[in-house]
Design a protein around this ligand. Structure first.
Ligand code: DGL
Length: 279
């Protein structure tokens, strides 16, 4: 008879609307090499960024339930849009399993990179509309001056692997020029969407000198590590399992395109198709 796993040796669940959350998974794997991971990308229903808060919440809770079937010990919501709109519902749905989103760690990174508090945030429409970055930054630095700009086309460009050259550069100018004016020039630009780190080179070139680009991947990994230690949930084994991937559509595309975001090979047989509506 197989023994149930000790909570410490259970995997960490990570989900995103698609493959962009693999940038967060990459930071988690680098920081927590002893942990096992199971990642779910809701590729059938991407994008979340242009959907209503109710729809995003419903989808996010379904993703979380699918991951609980893999006996996860903690859930990381890698999607900024889901983190900004669905975190209370996810926390309630999964209790007592802890849930961490990417907005608070992203705000922490932004405030650290902007001593004068001049911060620009680019994100999906849903994240901007919900104002979660604004609130999280102000909670840390009440006098911060925050400008937000939705940049939805960056998601499509990253998904297509269109991350260099004239077209992404033109799109970046269109989004960034209005928020990078002289005088109000921000000290840092928050890449408040899972997909934007894939366009970091172009965004940095258009933003120009003196603006730090921050994303939540590294600070989220640090927050996860703190939480695992606080709850005595850090893995007790030096032998993590091979990462597993679940996709709600086109697993072979997930394996192929996902490598751009993960920065490592994803074997096709590590990706499983999952149907969230018939669990
Ligand atoms: N994962 C989403 C986010 O970080 C971007 C893609 C989408 O719109 O679903 O906001």
């Amino acid at each position: 008879m197989t023994q149930p796993k000790s909570p410490r040796n259970r995997p960490i669940g990570v989900f995103d609307s698609g493959m962009g959350g693999l940038t967060v998974m990459r930071a988690l794997m680098a920081r927590l090499p002893n942990e096992s991971f199971v990642y779910l990308g809701d590729t059938a229903r991407l994008p979340y960024g242009s959907k209503s808060a109710d729809t995003v919440t419903r989808y996010a809770v379904q993703c979380a339930h699918a991951l609980t079937q893999h006996d996860i010990k903690l859930l990381v919501v890698a999607c900024n849009t889901a983190s900004s709109t669905a975190l209370p519902s996810l926390t309630a749905a999964l209790a007592p399993t802890p849930v961490i989103g990417v907005i608070e760690p992203g705000a922490e990174a932004a405030v650290a990179a902007a001593p004068m508090g001049r911060i620009a945030v680019i994100a999906t429409e849903g994240t901007v509309r919900g104002g979660a970055y604004l609130r999280a930054i102000k909670a840390r630095k009440a006098d911060a001056q925050v400008v937000q700009q939705p940049a939805p086309l960056f998601v499509a460009l990253a998904e297509e692997g269109f991350t260099q050259g004239a077209i992404p550069e033109l799109v970046a100018r269109n989004y960034l020029d209005p928020i990078l004016g002289e005088g109000t020039r921000p000290e840092c630009l928050v890449l408040g969407c899972t997909h934007f780190p894939a366009l970091k080179d172009v965004i940095a070139r258009v933003a120009g000198e003196g603006i730090a680009l921050v994303d939540s991947a590294a600070t989220t990994a640090a927050a996860v590590e703190r939480l695992l230690n606080q709850r005595d949930l850090a893995s007790g084994t030096g032998e993590p399992e091979r990462p597993r991937f679940l996709a709600t559509d086109a697993p072979e595309r997930f394996a192929r395109v996902g490598e751009i975001f993960l920065g490592a090979k994803i074997p096709a047989d590590a990706v499983e198709l999952v149907d969230l509506l018939n669990l």
